[in-house]
Design a protein around this ligand. Structure first.
Ligand code: NAD
Length: 496
């Protein structure tokens, strides 16, 4: 019998009220049933939101340094269980162990970083324009926050949202992706063990169309923090617009790495490999376009292909494997469909291009690391997010053309340029339209204490992580204290 898991609502582990479950299978081996998880519905969402609403009344009054101490305990417990959670994560979503350990580490880093914020959460004081009057601004919590997350960073993304929300005094309901419910259960076991009070954190598992929609529309949810596809992000934003709910969106990318003719090619090849094929290309910051200067293109591609030929594909639990499977059948079908789309538009498959089903891989959703050559900037394979191990190569004559091609998509998340010319590097930092730019590094590798997010269709202007995340999860309140003992009128009493 496979294990049956539950939601976590108001400090209790509860099955979905309607008794339905969703199967969670290992994408490296679909015969491996990881477990059965609640297929929740409106009733479960109502119960969780009511619990979060009730808990908010007392949680908002807990001093922020005390909330920070709790998060510190959560960080310590995540450290203790890092290896166990990484193995569960690899089994349920496929990325290799080295990367799932990194994913848990991101949660640990966030816990410690945010715990310290409990003793800051600085506001401002400023002189009043009137005598005997004091002026300041403070951060106030927003209320009940719905956190809706994707499967590709099952620990990092929920914790990026939850810990800042909690330190600001909010309560939360998390709806993780259908493909990664188990990692969320492990996180909530730790939150429970750390002593987070009942109702402050709630977990409702289930489908986006059911649980996600119910959360977004719930009148007692004050804020929605969503990370996922642009298609769903637009729906979420539209629903929040109708009810004037605060909404922060972190959506897709079509990130590019530029390699100029003066670059260290060995370094740039390693960067492209890691950027394009890490997490099997399923990162919002993955390198999916490679913009190569004409003079080095042939040599660069030769070196890249030689490295790709040596990559080991397989089950991420095997430490020697470098690329795991795609998340599910639909993802593999989508990646496969882009091979045909690319060919029809004139691109050429240089290496890869097919599902990989040799030996034990026949039971999983594996796909070969792929390079598409002869891509031009407006082809669909250069414009649309494929979300798989596919790198589209675009040749350019000079620096200005490289920047124009990089900027020529509707997304603007991450970007990278390899060059030895400091002047070009600074022009790139200034002119690239993206939320993140790496100089002589790949498009992936964000750290938790810097703002994370993108421009254009990658989001709606918010930045997670860094110090900017607190602007998502708090309201600014301006406070005036008049100790003059008389009515003073701003803009009037002190006017000339
Ligand atoms: P998705 O949009 O399909 O799902 C994301 C979450 O939304 C899931 O929990 C899903 O159940 C839920 N959902 C689905 N339909 C919903 C609806 N109608 N209302 C409310 N919730 C709904 O995305 P995915 O396939 O899980 O993730 C991949 C996408 O996420 C890619 O586009 C990737 O670029 C993006 N992503 C962005 C970032 C970032 O920080 N910018 C980070 C990781 C992933």
């Amino acid at each position: 019998m496979s294990e049956v898991f539950k939601n976590y609502i108001d400090g209790k582990w509860l099955p979905a009220q309607a008794g339905q479950v969703i199967e969670n299978r290992n994408p490296a081996n679909r015969n491996d049933l990881v477990g059965l998880f609640p297929a929740s519905d409106q009733g479960d969402v109502d119960t969780a939101v009511a619990a979060a609403k009730k808990a908010f009344a007392s949680w908002r009054l807990v001093p922020a340094p005390k909330r920070g101490e709790l998060l510190y305990r959560v960080g310590e417990l995540l450290k203790t269980h890092k290896e166990e959670i990484a193995r569960i994560m690899t089994r349920e979503m496929g990325k290799v162990l080295k990367e799932t350990r990194g994913d848990v580490q991101e949660g640990i880093d966030t816990a410690f970083y945010v715990a310290g914020e409990g003793r800051r959460l600085f506001g401002e004081t400023t002189p009043s324009e009137l005598p005997d009057k004091f002026a300041m601004s403070v951060r106030a919590p927003v209320g009940v926050c719905a956190l809706i997350t994707p499967w590709n960073f099952p620990m990092a993304i929920p914790t990026w949202k939850m810990f800042p929300a909690l330190i600001c005094g909010n309560t939360v309901v998390l709806k993780p992706a259908e493909d990664t419910p188990y990692t969320a259960v492990k996180l909530f076991e730790i939150l429970q063990r750390a002593g987070v009070p009942p109702g402050v954190v709630n977990l409702v598992q289930g489908r986006g169309e059911e649980v996600g929609v119910a959360l977004v529309r719930h009148p007692d949810v004050h804020l929605v923090s969503f990370t996922g596809s642009a298609v769903v992000g637009r729906e979420v934003a539209a629903a929040c617009g109708q009810s004037l709910k605060r909404v922060a969106l972190e959506l897709g990318g079509k990130n590019a790495q530029i390699v100029m003719e003066d670059a260290d090619l060995g370094l740039a090849v390693e960067g492209a490999l890691w950027g394009a094929f890490g997490t099997t290309g399923q990162r919002c910051t993955a390198t999916s376009r490679l913009i190569l200067h004409h003079d080095i293109k042939t040599e660069f591609i030769d070196r890249l292909v030689a490295r790709i030929e040596k990559i080991k594909i397989g089950d991420g639990l095997d430490e020697s494997v470098e690329i795991g499977p795609l998340i599910n059948q639909a993802a593999r079908d989508k990646v496969q469909s882009y091979m045909e789309i690319g060919r029809r538009e004139g691109a050429r498959v240089l290496i890869g291009g097919s599902a990989y089903d040799i030996g034990a891989c026949a039971n999983g959703f594996f796909f070969e690391p792929t390079i598409l050559d002869r891509v031009t900037p407006n082809m669909r394979v250069a414009q649309e997010e494929i979300f798989g191990p596919v790198l589209s190569v675009i040749e350019v004559p000079d620096f200005d053309a490289a920047i124009a091609v990089l900027n020529g998509t509707r997304y603007g998340l991450s970007s990278s340029i390899y060059t030895a010319d400091v002047n070009r590097a600074f022009r790139a930092m200034r002119d690239i339209e993206a939320g993140i730019t790496y100089i002589n590094g790949p498009t992936i590798g964000a750290e938790v204490h810097l703002p994370f997010g993108g421009v254009k269709d990658t989001g709606n202007g918010h930045r997670e992580a860094g110090t900017t995340v607190y602007d998502i999860f708090s309201e600014w309140k301006s406070i005036y204290v008049d100790y003059s003992g008389r009515l003073q009128k701003a803009q009037i009493d002190n006017a000339e």
